[in-house]
Write a new protein. Sequence first.
Length: 670
Amino acid sequence: MELRVLGACPLDCPDTCSWVVTVQDGKATSLRGNKEQPYTRGALCVKVNRYLEHAASPERILHPMKRVGPKGSGQFERIGWDEALDILATKLREIVDTHGGEAIWPYQGTGTLGFVQGESGMAGRRFWNALGASFHNMNICSRAGNEGLRLTMGTPAGMDPETFALSKLILLWGTNTLTSGHHLWKFIQDARANGAHVVAIDPIRTRTAEQADEHLAIAPGTDGALALGLLYVVLEEGAEDRDYLENHTFGWDEFRAEILQYPPSRVAEITGLAEDDIRALGRRLAHTRPTGIRATMGLQRHEGGGSAMRLIACIPGVTGDWRHPGGGLAFSTSAHVPLRVDHCPELLPHPVRSLTMTRLADGLDESVKCLWVYGANPMGSTSDQNRIRERLLREDLFTVVMEQFPTDTVDYADIVLPATMQIEHLDLHEGYGHMYLMWNEPAVPPAGEALSTTETFRRLAHRMGLTEPALYATDLEIAAELLEGTPTIQLDELRKRGWARLDVAEPFVAFTGGFPTPSGRLEFVSDLAEQAGLPRVATYVPSLSARTPKDGRLTLITPASHTFLNTIFANNPELLRRSKGPTVVVHPQDAEPRGLVSGSRARISNRFGAFEAYVEVSDKVRPGVAASPKGHWPKLSGGANANAVVEERDADLGNGPVYHDNLVEISPVA
């Protein structure tokens, strides 16, 4: 019998596609995008099109395993779930009794963004609260930008991306739409059909930049200066929306004075862009309503990233674009989603410390006795790779990894637990690039002895003798609790349809009722920022690479791969082949004096470490910049990837990471 099962992509992408799994005789035989869902419209990406093949891979981890070789060797023996649970329950109880619950670091990642199984999964967080484990600060993705937007707008929420179809000028700022969220392109194409002009602002001539009407190859980490320079031209043109400024913003006079410190001539020197190009775009911005700005996570992964997002959010406040459908800024729609997430903080026996995700090497000191990794691959995805490796080799560190595949992180585990994939478990999703909730119904039984995240923690809680009822909520009960925050969306209807639009107007215009800031207005000037020791007025904060003499070094940025999603799919044979191996793109002006030629191997290094990659000499990157797409597994790439040279250092806001703010030497490998 053939079944049609509705689900959703779980991966860390703004599109969160609705999909349909065809099941024949208990096996998933096909996967396609859901044509009935307004954002997905039947299309999946090049990565997820191979999801069923990936789920059926012979490399899947299908049984619990116990380490039998040295740490890092990846040598394990199969054990049963009963033995695994006994080991885990005994070890966790011993650690809590001897060192306290804070000696446990539950290191959760964005391998799935589901609210039941993933990033906000209540079962896991409730379990850790009951043990008094350290709080895991998940700052790896968008924290700097979120905090910058909160200072200006009071929330990271902004435009409904579908309203880009109504924009007349679209700025794709630090975002590669055709690789990282390609469904938005349909709405951009709708706008172009109605005369919209599309500008890509990016140090790399990406797939998206090649398709745009205009590409400004900005120097990395100088986006805030460009925002001020464009607004300088808006003021020169007398095109500021004075009514909007008077009635909907706070601190205009102070911010106007800041803008006047950044004439296009100065901004050209900072950004490496031609002054004429800055003026031309500034004039276009001044006189084109509505202007929609799409900025995503890559833009804010440098030392001034939070301030850059703070400034970019100011632009539609000056031009008045926030009042128009198709105007404003879209970063993440997550804050529009009113799900009721309850991790039961009352289970905590006492306040606990917070350990920061991107500070794993610093945080993994002697006070941490257990590292429990799920939905994450820190050996492949986290800064300061070499120091992380050193810390994972500690013999007194008990490491547990819940995984689907034998990643580099798995190699350092003491216990490995087999995890289900999306077609095998239930979940509820939001899209951080659209205005829909998505339902995922399990289509097939779990492979081997794999368990969902929720079931793993339910069984472990039982084995440890924990009695709190919240630890044993079923997946459907968790989903029902989550939906208590959205009374217009009913669980039964959501399961039947597979998706539901949030209860918002169409077309959606943000902030019609004011901004959720202390003043109720868009804040060019923030008392909260001043109280936190940050600049009171939104201003340009340069990245490390923008303010540091290069001395012959290049700024390395690590953009998203077209074939991987972070490190997911990086062991898929076909997608690995299409990636052409680890590559580093270098401008001809930088390649020639270094003896670099296309197809050769190069060593990319700094004081933190080194990795090797194949050279691509191309003007796709601007001079002074090297680009090496992220995602390759170190053990499939000579032992290291680009994170070997990424410093464990914070952005200006929210402890955000700095994946695009590293200076490196590049030399040929014989």
